[in-house]
Write a protein that binds this ligand. Structure first.
Ligand SMILES: NC(=O)c1ccc[n+]([C@@H]2O[C@H](COP(=O)([O-])OP(=O)(O)OC[C@H]3O[C@@H](n4cnc5c(N)ncnc54)[C@H](O)[C@@H]3O)[C@@H](O)[C@H]2O)c1
Length: 426
């Protein structure tokens, strides 16, 4: 069906990989109660019968649980990575061993190989798309217009992808409906805040083997990810400085008790710099010139554009790998600047990174699964970026609470009437 070799076609002797990948997937699956609950429904309802779901996500164990769920719901699933460094190869092999799934995802690939993976997915003629960052949907629209008419819709996982889709929509280029899954409370309030917060500080700690205690950490951006990172680092006894361009968010950070200042002022103060803006050129030569010897730079935003590595390379007299995942740039005056994971998102692209915790991805992927189903069973959405209906958030939150054995109160009839009415005053 496709001229592209899947990951398993491209190497011999994949059995060992498949075993370790399967073990990782099974561990994640047994700790994802929302996806387990949905599995029973999907097997019964088979909502994706006859559909081909094209996927570009970070391919690791939690993602695999989602993809196997979609396959159990009747879909043919075709997957590639959404970042050249974030794939776990053993998980990719284990997915490819599933007869309903083809995987093209591999770790440590060039940009050219990365885009070949996207092309490989498109070669299967997907009827639904699932993106993290928008590369798949963008390539489909740019280079394969003829295939778009058979696509029912899609879902987008992250802030940067939603921004790209909104730009495509504004330019009249987006030809099918896409749910901005990133923007749902069930995703953003947990995944972006707690997931990015926890996994970013964990990845930096294991990559460097440094303590946070007493460090000065500069977090660029006080959006959902930035506030999560700042909160979790404060809990590790570090001092946190926030940089922002949005006055409201700068004020929020200030009222939360953080120091807030421009990056040019923070540059000589920080021991560790973490970018979370989704914007380019946040750390550039003007900042590198001011930084202290031995600083650590890490990016948690989607693309590797936040730390201007080209400018750092120009300033450096030498560069070398000093530890797995850590590249040191030495400047003329002898100062050393260390960049983690080549400036790619540190919590997924560092050698030992595991991505977000399983519980968090259970929620995010629970939303993806119900949104995918909604797209198919309720094909009333026109081309464009759509907010996810609030009832889907409530459904997934309820499944999660139930799985934790937590009950909440329900509105009485009089309370419901009171909240709906306008006649009740003093
Ligand atoms: N690492 C992960 O696992 C992960 C998870 C979710 C989202 N993301 C990505 O992280 C990025 C941020 O996502 P978010 O949901 O926090 O977005 P957001 O829009 O809530 O926050 C971004 C913040 O950065 C600020 N900002 C923009 N330019 C800036 C600049 N020059 N200096 C300082 N601040 C600036 C904005 O004002 C905003 O407050 C996106 O690229 C998103 O796709 C990564």
């Amino acid at each position: 069906m496709s001229i592209y070799p899947t990951i398993s076609d491209s190497v011999d002797n994949v059995d060992n990989y498949i075993d370790t990948g399967r073990q990782k997937i099974d561990w994640a699956a047994s700790n994802m109660p929302i996806l387990s609950f949905l599995r029973e429904q999907f097997i019964r309802e088979m909502p994706f019968q006859g559909q081909c779901i094209g996927v570009a996500l970070h391919v690791e164990a939690k993602t695999a649980v989602l993809l196997e769920l979609l396959a159990e719901g009747g879909a043919k699933v075709v997957v590639t990575g959404c970042n050249p460094l974030s794939t776990h190869d053993d998980v990719s092999f284990a997915l490819d061993a599933n007869p309903m799934i083809s995987s093209y995802a591999a770790k440590g690939i060039t940009d050219e190989e990365y885009y070949k993976g996207i092309e490989a997915v498109i070669s299967h003629n997907p009827t639904l798309t699932l993106d993290d960052g928008g590369d798949l949907i963008f390539a489909l629209h740019e280079d394969h217009e003829e295939k778009i008419k058979s696509v029912i819709g899609g879902c987008e996982e992250t802030t940067t992808g939603v921004h790209r889709l909104k730009s495509m929509e504004a330019e009249g280029k987006l030809k099918y409906p896409v749910f901005a899954v990133n923007d749902t409370p069930m995703k953003r309030l947990f995944d972006n805040i707690h997931g990015t917060g926890e996994s970013t500080i964990l990845s930096i700690a294991v990559t460097t083997n440094f303590s946070w205690a007493g460090k000065t950490v500069v977090v660029a951006g006080y959006g959902y990810c930035g506030r999560g990172v700042a909160k979790k680092i404060s809990g590790q006894n570090a001092r946190v400085i926030i940089t922002e361009v949005d006055p409201l968010r700068g004020l929020e950070a200030y009222m939360e008790g953080y120091e807030v200042m421009p990056m040019l002022q923070a540059a000589h103060r920080g021991d560790v710099f973490i970018t979370t803006t989704g914007n380019c050129d946040i750390l550039n030569k003007n900042h590198f010139e001011l930084m202290r010897d031995g600083v650590i730079l890490a990016n948690a935003g989607h693309f590797d554009v936040e730390i201007n590595i080209k400018e750092l390379e120009k300033l450096a007299t030498s560069e070398r790998m000093v530890r797995d995942g850590v590249r040191e740039y030495q400047l003329r005056d002898g100062r050393r600047i260390n960049v983690l994971a080549s400036g790619r998102l540190v919590n997924l692209a560092s050698p030992l990174s595991l991505g977000h915790p399983i519980e968090i991805m259970d929620q995010s992927f629970g939303m993806q699964a119900v949104c995918m189903r909604e797209m198919v069973v309720n094909p009333t959405y026109g081309p464009g970026v759509h907010s996810v209906p609030m009832e889907l958030d409530a459904q997934v939150a309820e499944i999660k609470l139930r799985s934790e054995g937590i009950e909440i109160d329900y509105l009485s009839e009089s309370q419901d009437n009171y909240l709906r009415g306008s006649e009740f005053g003093t």
